[in-house]
Write a protein that binds this ligand. Structure first.
Ligand code: SF4
Length: 246
């Protein structure tokens, strides 16, 4: 699926200090609205934010292609993995296998503070009662701390995921950062073709019916033909973990 983002980007937005980040993001989004993922990434890593950008990866079902693209440009690019303490064992082993295979030298496992867990989720079952609070505790707050040294971060979000992702631009302002979304126009087939062409290992749960993989309590397999994110927070109105609301 290809969705133009140009209509969403207003190149005439007025600049003042209060909206400098927004203006910068919109200008970048306009400039790279038709660019290939590799060109977007190379510009972001090497030119626009050198030494000030990280990739945030779940090491999930669709992660390998973006990790490979980043590794080709600079394998020392920091990669943030949110170690929620609730991942499938297969994800933890895949994270190690993929990082080794791609030669990534700066993968950071970012866990919630022990004091915060002791205070807010001592029994480890907050996800059962309040998934939003659990995601805030185990993902949003740790990521916020980890991003402090960076000006920008790279995401793997794609327009075909639907919902709020349908009109994603390649660059967007988010709080104190610019988010770079190089794969916005990639389809499921593009991801599969890229993985095959580069002999990238698949997450072991994909073959068991998991097209989107997060924490084990909130991830279920989906039926053939279902939306790829239908197994996330199944039965709840929740569709995002909250890290993209920062
Ligand atoms: S995805 Fe589920 S287990 Fe993971 S942080 Fe969010 S609510 Fe908690």
């Amino acid at each position: 699926m290809t969705i133009s983002v140009a209509a969403r980007v207003d190149k005439n937005i007025a600049f003042d200090e209060s909206n400098a980040l927004e203006v910068r993001a919109r200008r970048l989004a306009m400039r790279f609205s038709d660019s290939e993922a590799r060109d977007i990434l190379r510009h972001a890593i090497k030119t626009e934010f050198p030494g000030r950008i990280a990739l945030v990866s779940s090491f999930g079902a669709e992660s390998a292609a973006l990790l490979h693209l980043v590794a080709e440009i600079d394998p020392a690019t920091p990669v943030i993995f949110l170690e929620t303490g609730k991942h499938f064992a297969q994800t933890i082993s895949y994270r190690k296998k993929l990082a080794d295979r791609l030669g990534l030298t700066d993968v950071r496992d970012i866990a919630p503070a022990a004091e915060a867990i002791a205070e807010s989720d001592p029994g480890g079952d907050l996800w059962k009662h309040d998934a939003d609070a659990c995601c805030t505790l185990r993902k949003v707050e740790p990521l916020s701390g980890a991003l402090g040294e960076f000006d920008a971060w790279i995401t793997g979000r794609k327009q075909f995921h639907g919902g709020g992702r349908l009109l994603l631009p390649a660059f967007e302002a988010a709080a104190a950062h610019i988010k770079v979304n190089p794969l916005i126009r990639w389809s499921k087939d593009d991801i599969a073709d890229y993985a095959e062409a580069n002999d990238l290992p698949a997450h072991p749960l994909v073959a068991q019916g998991y097209p989107s993989i997060g924490c084990w309590p909130c991830t279920h397999p989906v039926a053939e033909g279902d939306d790829s994110r239908a197994g996330r927070w199944r039965g709840a109105a929740k569709t995002e973990c909250g890290i993209h609301g920062q």
